[in-house]
Design a protein around this ligand. Structure first.
Ligand code: CTP
Ligand code: CA
Length: 219
C-alpha cells in the first residue's frame, strides 16, 4: 500500500462503499434518478484504499474514473445495489454514500411509452432500503456509516435515520447551501455518532471531507 500522508492505517480491513445515483426504468429509454455525481463516495473509496483497506465500491451510473486500488462494481437500479450490497455485507466498514431512489416505477415494459393525454400518472413502488437491510444484519465489530441529505430540520432527521437503520455514524449534508451537496467539488457536513459525538466539518474539498470522515469513523 502507498505510504500514508495522514490518517490511521486501514491495512487488513475490508471496506464497502456505495456511491452515485440509481436509475429506475420507466420504459426502455427513460428513468427516474437524481443529481448525484458520485464524487463524495468515490473520494471515500480512494482514501480508504490509500490507507491500505481492501475496498469494494458499488457505483451507480456516474462518469468518474475508478480510484486506484479499488474494486468497482457498477450497478444501475436500487434492486441491483441491494443485491450487490448483500454479497459484501460482512465488510468491516460500510459507508453508504449512494443517493438511492426511494421509489421505482411499479412496472416497466420493453416498449417505449407513447405520449397521449395531457397528463400522465406513474405508479411507483418503494425500493429496498439497502442501508437499513445492512443495519438489520450488522455484526459485532462492524461499523456502519450512512449519509443523510436534508433540506430542513437536518439534525433531527439525521438522528432518526441513525437510530432506525442501526448505524454507528451518519454524515449529514445539505443540498440547499452554496458549495455543498450534489454536483459540487466541496461539501460541508456534520458527523453524528450513535454514542452522541458530533463534529462539524467546515466547507472543504470532498477529498478532505472523505479523509475527515475516515479519521472519525475508523478510530
Ligand atoms: N439508502 C439506502 N437505500 C435506500 C435509500 C437510502 O441505502 N433505498 C441510504 C443512503 O445511501 C444513505 C441513507 O440511506 O446513506 C439515507 O438516505 P436518505 O435518502 O437521506 O434517507 P431515507 O432513509 O431514504 O429517507 P428520506 O429520503 O425520506 O429522507
Ligand atoms: Ca431517500
Amino acid at each position: 500500500a502507498a505510504p500514508e500522508a495522514s490518517g490511521g492505517s486501514l491495512a487488513g480491513r475490508t471496506v464497502l462503499v456505495t456511491a452515485g445515483p440509481t436509475r429506475e426504468a420507466i420504459d426502455p429509454v427513460r428513468f427516474l434518478s437524481n443529481g448525484s455525481t458520485g464524487t463524495m463516495g468515490f473520494e471515500i473509496a480512494r482514501e480508504a484504499a490509500r490507507r491500505g483497506a481492501s475496498v469494494t465500491l458499488l457505483a451507480g451510473p456516474v462518469s468518474l474514473p475508478t480510484p486506484e486500488g479499488v474494486t468497482r462494481v457498477d450497478i444501475v437500479s436500487a434492486d441491483d445495489l441491494h443485491e450487490a450490497a448483500m454479497q459484501h455485507a460482512d465488510a468491516d466498514l460500510v459507508i453508504a454514500a449512494a443517493a438511492v431512489s426511494d421509489y421505482a416505477p411499479a412496472s416497466s415494459g420493453d416498449r417505449k411509452l407513447k405520449k397521449a393525454d395531457d397528463a400522465l400518472s406513474l405508479t411507483l413502488r418503494r425500493t429496498p432500503d439497502v442501508l437499513a437491510a445492512l443495519g438489520a444484519r450488522k455484526r459485532d465489530g462492524q461499523t456502519l456509516v450512512g449519509f443523510a441529505l436534508e433540506t430542513h430540520d437536518g439534525e433531527a432527521h439525521a438522528r432518526g435515520k441513525l437510530e432506525r437503520k442501526n448505524l454507528d455514524w451518519i454524515v449529514l449534508n445539505f443540498q440547499n447551501e452554496p458549495g455543498a451537496g450534489f454536483g459540487t467539488g466541496t461539501n460541508r457536513v456534520v458527523l453524528l455518532s450513535r454514542a452522541g459525538e458530533r463534529a462539524d466539518l467546515p466547507l472543504a474539498p470532498k477529498a478532505q471531507i472523505a479523509a475527515s470522515i475516515l479519521d472519525a469513523v475508523a478510530r
